[in-house]
Design a binder for this molecule. Structure first.
Ligand code: PLP
Length: 378
């Protein structure tokens, strides 16, 4: 009998023992090209020497420090995350926790108001973040949910306009709905949201999956020329060390006054050492431009090789966050299994989308290798 709860269902029958660059190896030393990055976490790949060295040095120095004391490493990471000196950071350990912090500060800023979220969005599994995750399969059975959340249809301006009543204080959304099926926000929808921000509605942008260079910018909202009131991030920020962050505009910082929120492990020195190395790599000259270049290469290749196939309905992306929408008849699971047999790991999203989240350090040759496998399968 297993001593693990079976909340992840039947796991993929692979025992990964180690990783190198963008490859994973199983117990039989079988090699897999990784187009998943551990679901958007290992953006710097498995041989990120700067990160490994920083974490090793940190564990020798001190592994944990409570938030009762000054923490120059947290300051350094918050500084590296800051965009134009406008934000202050709260560190957590995961995406859902970052979103809890965001929802809490939003409530303090706009007392007794509702928060609007979108169908097919995903914000996490804790009660607040789950209540903002407007998917039946995530919420079902957990009622009563946290009150004060309402929903609208993503990328549908009419639905947005109908939902934003005077009692909406904040709107939480992803720039690309990741778990929901890799759906990038449309320019028109982004503009409509920006207009509500001008009227005083807080915009909370969940960059847990889209952040940390994934789309060719530090944060994906930078594609759309606005400054969110609140930003959350996690996943790729620690390249394998658990870290989440909520960034609030400086003008709102006073709402998280002493005692309003906290975390024992949030901003842990090991996570911070890793995050500092990640941000150093992301901010190295040319790194993000290369991500964009590789994303263009990948999507051009996918379009040329896959879009004509009867099973493939659409290819969507923002940077190196890519979705291949299949015909409903085509089982995504069977493609995932066939790819794995051929030595390529890919993800699913929504109900009929293959999701690609390769490490950002992947080469064009490695991208082409992966596309070749998908072409042969499809
Ligand atoms: C956009 C988004 N928000 C929040 C989360 C939750 O993050 P975590 O699993 O670290 O709690 C995820 C995880 O997939 C996500 O993609």
């Amino acid at each position: 009998m297993t001593h693990l709860l079976q909340n992840y269902g039947t796991r993929i029958p692979l025992t990964i023992t180690h990783g190198e660059t963008v490859y994973l190896y199983d117990e039989n030393n079988q090699k897999y090209l990784d187009f998943t990055s551990g679901i958007g976490v290992m953006n710097m790949g498995y041989s990120f020497e700067a990160g490994k060295a920083a974490v090793k040095a940190q564990i020798d120095q001190i592994a944990h420090l409570s938030n009762l004391y000054e923490n120059p490493l947290q300051e350094a990471v918050a500084d590296a995350l800051d965009l134009g000196g406008n934000y202050q950071a709260f560190f957590a350990n995961s995406g859902t926790e970052a979103n809890e912090a965001a929802l809490k500060i939003a409530r303090l800023i706009k007392p007794n108001t509702d928060i609007l979220a979108f169908e097919d969005g995903f914000h996490g599994r804790t009660f607040g973040a789950m209540s903002a995750t407007m998917q039946d399969k995530i919420q079902s059975g957990f009622e009563p949910l946290v009150p004060g959340f309402t929903k609208a249809i993503y990328n549908d301006v009419d639905s947005l306009n109908a939902a934003v009543t005077s009692n909406i204080g904040a709107i939480i959304f992803e720039i690309v709905q990741g778990e929901g099926g890799v759906t990038p926000i449309t320019q028109a929808f982004a503009e409509a949201l920006k207009a509500y921000q001008k009227q005083g509605v807080l915009l909370i942008v969940d960059e847990v999956q889209t952040g940390n260079g994934r789309t060719g910018y530090l944060f994906a909202f930078e594609h759309f020329g606005f400054e969110p009131d609140i930003i959350t991030s996690a996943k790729g920020l620690g390249n394998g060390l658990p870290v989440g962050v909520m960034l609030a505009k400086q003008e709102y910082a006073a709402y998280f006054s002493a005692g309003k929120h906290g975390s024992t492990f949030g901003g842990n020195p090991l996570a911070m050492a890793s995050a500092k190395a990640v941000l150093g790599a992301l901010r190295a000259p040319g790194f993000l431009a290369e991500v964009t270049d590789k994303a263009t290469y990948l999507t051009t290749l996918l379009t040329d090789k896959l879009l004509g196939k009867p099973a493939v309905k659409a290819i969507r992306n923002l940077g190196l966050m890519v979705g291949i929408e299949l015909d409903d008849d085509q089982s995504v699971v069977s493609v995932l299994t066939a790819a794995r047999t051929e030595g390529l790991l890919v993800l699913s999203a929504g109900h009929n989308v293959i999701r690609l989240l390769p490490p950002l350090v992947i080469t064009k040759e490695q991208l082409a290798d992966g596309v070749q496998i998908l072409e042969d399968i499809l």
